[in-house]
Design a protein around this ligand. Structure first.
Ligand SMILES: Cc1cc2nc3c(=O)[nH]c(=O)nc-3n(C[C@H](O)[C@H](O)[C@H](O)COP(=O)(O)O)c2cc1C
Length: 402
């Protein structure tokens, strides 16, 4: 999907995240997209029309009752003469107006008059996002066919507050636009998916940890592939060096226990693909202070405790997703171990791969997998991890059916 020559009507409303819409304009324009900006009165308290106009290289629309812009009922033209209407940031206020069909300024009037797809990127304080009124409005908008990107979890601009409410990053918004305008088949539209990816880091003390060689490449590629087929994807990622995938809500965690919490918080879902190389054990005695090396003393013993089994928990959960897929990274008896894992973990599919050092799979860009289900084993050829992801997403869509 390319955004070249697309026309995006960008509505900027009045939140702190309005500054991010400046970068968003730049990201869209470097892809050859025309950006037509509308700013609410609130937005102009945060960024100036001059800055928005300079970056978009065009006129910035701000007034409904503008003698200049409304000579040919300009708001109707604006509402229709674009490929997509994007609201970023979307305030709680503007979402409330949209949900109720209010049209008392240029932005809300255009949103009511448009027949184009509408994508909103909410940004607000977590308490505002969690408020029953905003929940109701978001539900109404989703029911009206409005699409959402974000909000993400994280630190707020207001000191000491964190939670769900940060605007999606500009590149996530760009990816969401690409997904929305992509006319390819969307067999997973309306489905929710949870994917885990990467390693976990299990602390020994505040500076040392136990980890493994997982890069997150396969899990991230699967999250992106499911999103391309229209799924609403939450990716729970351990510490990795690669970027968050496009069009996906990414939650960053460190330890296995945090990963399980992230997965459970993302339920209910239709699909779970547990790709992360979760550490089987954590250090039971992990302390708050760095363990000191003392002359003449033996190395400290490390007492291990078993970590939660995330795949098994999901496979047997009361809200078990319809399709549960696990990964079996083995170094010997790959298929036999995968068959055993299928049963024990309550999974529908196990993607088995041989991660012996000679294969270069762990941390590499290619993968050679076998798909194990109760129907048998299907050995796929050696493929790029993105290709494995695309095939697996297609298989998931086929298994779930319409
Ligand atoms: C400093 C400051 C920051 C604000 N940040 C947000 C925000 O991030 N999200 C939000 O929904 N409202 C925020 N508000 C409140 C909106 O600006 C207010 O509801 C305004 O009426 C929104 O107008 P608009 O939706 O027409 O742009 C903030 C207000 C102030 C004074």
């Amino acid at each position: 999907m390319t955004l070249k020559d697309k026309r995006i009507l960008l509505i900027v409303s009045g939140g702190i995240a309005a500054y991010k819409s400046l970068d968003l304009i730049r990201r869209l324009r470097e892809r050859g997209t025309t950006v037509i900006p509308i700013m609410t009165a609130g937005a102009q308290q945060f960024v100036t029309p001059l800055a928005v106009g300079a970056l978009s290289s065009g006129h910035v629309f701000t007034d409904l009752f503008s003698r200049e812009d409304e000579q040919d009922v300009g708001h109707i033209r604006l509402a229709r003469d674009c490929d997509l209407v994007l609201v970023a940031p979307a305030t709680a206020d503007l979402m409330a107006k949209m949900a109720n069909g209010l049209a008392d300024d240029l932005a809300s009037t255009v949103l009511l008059a448009t027949d184009r797809p509408v994508l909103v990127a909410p940004a607000m304080n977590p308490k505002m996002w969690a408020h029953a009124a905003t929940r109701r409005n978001a539900g109404t908008l989703a029911g009206d066919g409005v699409r959402f990107v974000g909000p993400n979890a994280g630190e707020m601009a207001e000191g000491g507050e964190a939670g769900l409410g940060r605007m999606a990053e500009p590149l996530e918004i760009v990816a969401a636009i690409e997904n929305l305008l992509d006319e390819g088949p969307k067999p997973l539209a309306g489905r929710r998916a949870i994917v885990t990816s990467g390693p976990t880091h299990e602390p020994i003390d505040p500076v040392r940890y136990i980890a493994n060689r997982s890069s997150g490449r396969q899990g991230h590629a699967i999250a992106a592939a499911l999103a391309r087929l229209g799924a609403d994807v939450t990716l729970v990622s351990g510490p990795v060096e690669i970027a968050d995938p496009a069009g996906v809500r990414t939650i960053h965690v460190e330890r296995a226990e945090e990963m399980l919490d992230g997965v459970l918080a993302a339920l209910p879902a239709d699909i779970a693909v547990m790709v992360a190389a979760v550490a089987d054990w954590r250090v039971a005695t992990a302390g708050g202070q760095k363990i000191k090396k003392k002359p003449g003393e033996a190395p400290p013993p490390l007492q291990l405790a078993e970590n939660p089994d995330i795949l098994k928990t999901i496979g047997h959960h009361a809200q078990r997703p319809k399709l549960v897929v696990g990964f079996a990274a083995e170094t010997q008896e790959v298929e036999a171990n995968a068959r055993e894992k299928l049963k024990r973990k309550g999974a529908d599919l196990i993607v088995a791969n041989d991660v012996s050092p000679k294969t270069g799979i762990m941390g590499g860009s290619r993968n050679s997998v076998s798909i194990v289900s109760k129907d048998g084993v299907d050995a796929w050829p050696d493929l790029d991890k993105n290709e494995v992801a695309a095939r697996l997403a297609a298989l998931i869509a086929e298994r779930l059916g319409p």
